[in-house]
Design a binder for this molecule. Structure first.
Ligand code: MG
Ligand code: MG
Length: 256
């Protein structure tokens, strides 16, 4: 179909559901372990064990050369953080972004977790980013266009004065982690000219993942060539689900 988007069959979506529920369970196990004093490597190991024991493979390990199992980003780190011996401390925001492969199909999901008690503005950023993702998901109905997803996310987040990250976005997902189309987290007024904007239809599966900052939308990549950080050093939140468009509305594969 137009834009190179691969439609998934019901059987393929069932496989993606299996991978996606394993991602959910691994994220649950990691989230339960989040507390001051735990290291990012320990969380990575929990995510790996939770995935392997359910007969799946960690999707990010080795992908494009990523060295660990789970992308773990703290505070001003937006996405693609590499787990280290860094210990979490009270008040941190930790973003757990995990993928799994089962039967050759991918699931991909991320969440932002409080470490102990966080500031009121941090808590608000996290909750409104989560709700911006929910708004984007609700726009995933047949007949809408790809741009309706980002328009909904932006309409939710912009009134708070948050910076919506532009350099990264959502994506098609299936037999590969990243498939067409790219899904911006903002409306088409900011899109580059000629960017495809196909209609949604049943069988399209997308990973939708707003990355929203307390300050500027601008980000940069650290010298490790992976970790994306906010340019002004302020906090960032990231939430992601893998969702199938169906004739009955959006079906979120990465939650029960
Ligand atoms: Mg992800
Ligand atoms: Mg993703």
């Amino acid at each position: 179909m137009p834009g190179g988007i691969e439609l998934k069959t019901a059987d393929e979506i069932a496989y993606m559901r299996e991978a996606s529920l394993i991602v959910f369970e691994a994220l649950e196990e990691m989230q339960k372990a989040v507390a001051p004093g735990i290291t990012l490597d320990e969380l990575d190991a929990i995510g790996e064990r939770a995935t392997l024991k359910r007969g799946a493979v960690c999707a990010f390990k080795g992908l494009y050369g990523f060295p660990k199992n789970v992308c773990i980003s703290v505070n001003e780190q937006v996405v693609h953080g590499i787990p280290t011996r860094r210990k979490l401390v009270e008040g941190d925001l930790v973003k757990l972004d995990h993928g799994a492969i089962k039967h050759g199909f991918y699931g991909d999901s991320a969440r932002t977790v409080h470490v102990g008690k966080v500031s009121a503005e941090a808590a608000r950023l996290v909750e409104e980013t989560r709700l911006a993702l929910e708004a984007g998901i609700q726009a995933m109905v047949p007949g809408n266009r790809i741009s309706d997803i980002g328009t909904a996310i932006e309409a939710h987040a912009a009134p708070f004065g948050f910076g919506i990250v532009r350099d990264y976005g959502g994506h098609g997902i299936g037999k590969k982690l990243h498939e067409d189309p790219h899904v911006p987290n903002y409306g088409p007024a900011l899109w580059s000219r000629g960017q495809p904007n196909p209609r949604l239809r049943a069988g399209i599966v997308l990973a939708i993942e707003p990355m929203i900052n307390l300050g500027t939308h601008e980000v940069e990549v650290l010298p490790d060539r992976w970790t994306v950080v906010t340019r002004d050093g302020k906090l960032s939140s990231h939430w992601e689900h893998t969702i199938a468009v169906t004739d009955d509305g959006p079906k979120v594969l990465t939650r029960p």
